[in-house]
Design a protein around this ligand. Sequence first.
Ligand SMILES: *[C@@H]1O[C@H](CO)[C@@H](O)[C@H](O)[C@H]1NC(C)=O
Ligand SMILES: *[C@@H]1O[C@H](CO)[C@@H](O)[C@H](O)[C@H]1NC(C)=O
Ligand SMILES: *[C@@H]1O[C@H](CO)[C@@H](O)[C@H](O)[C@H]1NC(C)=O
Ligand SMILES: *[C@@H]1O[C@H](CO)[C@@H](O)[C@H](O)[C@H]1NC(C)=O
Ligand SMILES: *[C@@H]1O[C@H](CO)[C@@H](O)[C@H](O)[C@H]1NC(C)=O
Ligand SMILES: *[C@@H]1O[C@H](CO)[C@@H](O)[C@H](O)[C@H]1NC(C)=O
Ligand SMILES: *[C@@H]1O[C@H](CO)[C@@H](O)[C@H](O)[C@H]1NC(C)=O
Length: 523
Amino acid sequence: MYKFAVLVLAVLVKDTIASCQCYETSNYTGKSAAISNAYETADFSSCAKNCSYTAYSGDDTYGWTGLTFQWGTTTNSGGLVEIFDGATNDSSALLIQIQEGENVLSGSAKSLIKSSSPRITIRYTQAAGAANVYYGVIKAVPGLQPSAAPITTTAAPTTRTFSNPNFKHDPYLITHDAFILINQKTSGGVSALNNVGDKSLNAIAINFVSLLAVTTDASSTSSTRLSLGTLTPYFPFYSLKGPIWEMSAGDVISSVPRSGVTIDGNIDTALSNLVDLAFTVNKNETADSRRNVQRSIILLTAEWPTAGATLSDDVRRNFSAKGVDLLVVGYNLSSSEQSQLLRSDLRWYNAINTMKTDQTGVASFVNPFYFNDGSSSNYWCPPFPIINSPDNKYVLFQEPYNYAGPFHPTETWKTHDPYFGQTARYCNFANNAHTYNLPAGFQGMTVQVFFELEAGKDFLNFYDASNNLITSFTGYEISASTFYTETPTLRAQFISDNQSVFRGFYVTITPVPPTTPTTPKTV
Ligand SMILES: *[C@@H]1O[C@H](CO)[C@@H](O)[C@H](O)[C@H]1NC(C)=O
Ligand SMILES: *[C@@H]1O[C@H](CO)[C@@H](O)[C@H](O)[C@H]1NC(C)=O
Ligand SMILES: *[C@@H]1O[C@H](CO)[C@@H](O)[C@H](O)[C@H]1NC(C)=O
Ligand SMILES: *[C@@H]1O[C@H](CO)[C@@H](O)[C@H](O)[C@H]1NC(C)=O
Ligand SMILES: *[C@@H]1O[C@H](CO)[C@@H](O)[C@H](O)[C@H]1NC(C)=O
Ligand SMILES: *[C@@H]1O[C@H](CO)[C@@H](O)[C@H](O)[C@H]1NC(C)=O
Ligand SMILES: *[C@@H]1O[C@H](CO)[C@@H](O)[C@H](O)[C@H]1NC(C)=O
């Protein structure tokens, strides 16, 4: 009789017109916000539905933190919980991301993240398919986290129409701190420096800066900041042509050198001293070189000394210490000068020789080195192929090539970042793919990802063999994210935009053998 009653009830439930409802159906005000799966109104069973709501602490001085989160059951359907800072679902405001299967314990790194706004938006998405069960809570406490990134006050260069076939992108999008350095010593004499019209070394500098969006705002992450100097024959072998990082394109154009010199200077000493001066203007970081943008010194030269300019490892270290990249643009160099400058051994800087001073000459260094178009190898961001781990148990790849973040889940990103500038950071305009084929005899692969990417702007995407997106990483992950896939071919694609550069990613892929059938328990 009892059994029969249960059966009748079950049938009744099935017949009721059920509908799938989000756990929070509207916005919420209070000090403790719940996160849980959608359910069938008829029987509270879990159902697959994307849900989103905004939680307000009810007090503008209270922020959100102390997340704890558990998955009850998972179905490998790409479930993803995202918490955004503010009443927004804009990816740039992403605060915490929880992949399907990842639990967040009290006191863990993700649990400790705090919002900078009294409002957060909690969103759950999954592919249509079997439902997941999950539950968690996040609390409002006094105090707000100061925004991590300074607010950009310069309008981003977004809605410009640009059609110049010389360039892969609009040079307006370049966001470097760029120090232009013109060598006043020229084997072609004054005429090579300052000939009529377009035919001069100065013209390259003028045609380059004319294309840029220039800012003097030390907190901006868009636009370029400019400085100009020249190489001279006497210690310290350079001279400044205007205040560092406060020159406009017009200031640079009116300050290019009007005379050449015939005495050799010392390029190595000049560069080592200049990088030290220019990229540490003072210790006040609001006026110093900007933190998350690329930095470059561009040396324009119409000669290369037969002795004295080696760009040796000492110079490399001086640049690395300040997170600065070096570009040497030679103009009309002889073949022996070129062979010294463009040498292939131990080269750590980008260099080209051009015979053109117009926009095509400018494009010959902007496209490969600022836009990463692959037309010349970019020593600032050399590729890092997939390699085997030392014990051959997994493969790995990373970006940048000198990635310096965590390698194991026991390590974390260091809170103090010694890598301001370019050192151990990826480049803008990256678009790099890595493909891994699952070896025979394995059923799937576990992929572990450490990443620090510009949130909502730079992405590490993983695709399966049919080119479907498996998962996408952006922003900052304090501990590793892992996922499992049975795709025979995994493709990872890293894409960065024109703005901030961060410390990149480190990925390990471990092939997983087929699970051995479980032996039935003997009673
Ligand atoms: C929830 O809050 C968001 C952001 O403040 C608002 O756009 C939306 O209309 C609100 N929804 C409801 C149902 O009140
Ligand atoms: C983001 O929020 C807007 C406004 O609340 C809403 O219309 C949109 O559907 C949301 N997008 C996603 C992907 O949740
Ligand atoms: C959730 O939204 C994504 C697009 O953002 C869509 O592909 C997916 O089918 C949706 N899932 C459900 C269960 O509706
Ligand atoms: C450049 O590097 C060398 C060797 O690392 C060091 O001795 C020198 O002091 C550095 N120069 C400057 C200006 O920092
Ligand atoms: C740093 O420079 C900014 C802008 O020049 C100034 O407002 C601020 O007071 C300076 N800070 C210190 C500690 O000197
Ligand atoms: C290049 O340099 C040579 C001398 O080395 C000179 O004769 C020639 O005119 C220069 N060409 C240009 C385009 O400046
Ligand atoms: C450059 O940065 C701005 C601001 O983030 C963005 O809107 C724009 O799409 C970016 N352009 C490119 C080509 O990455």
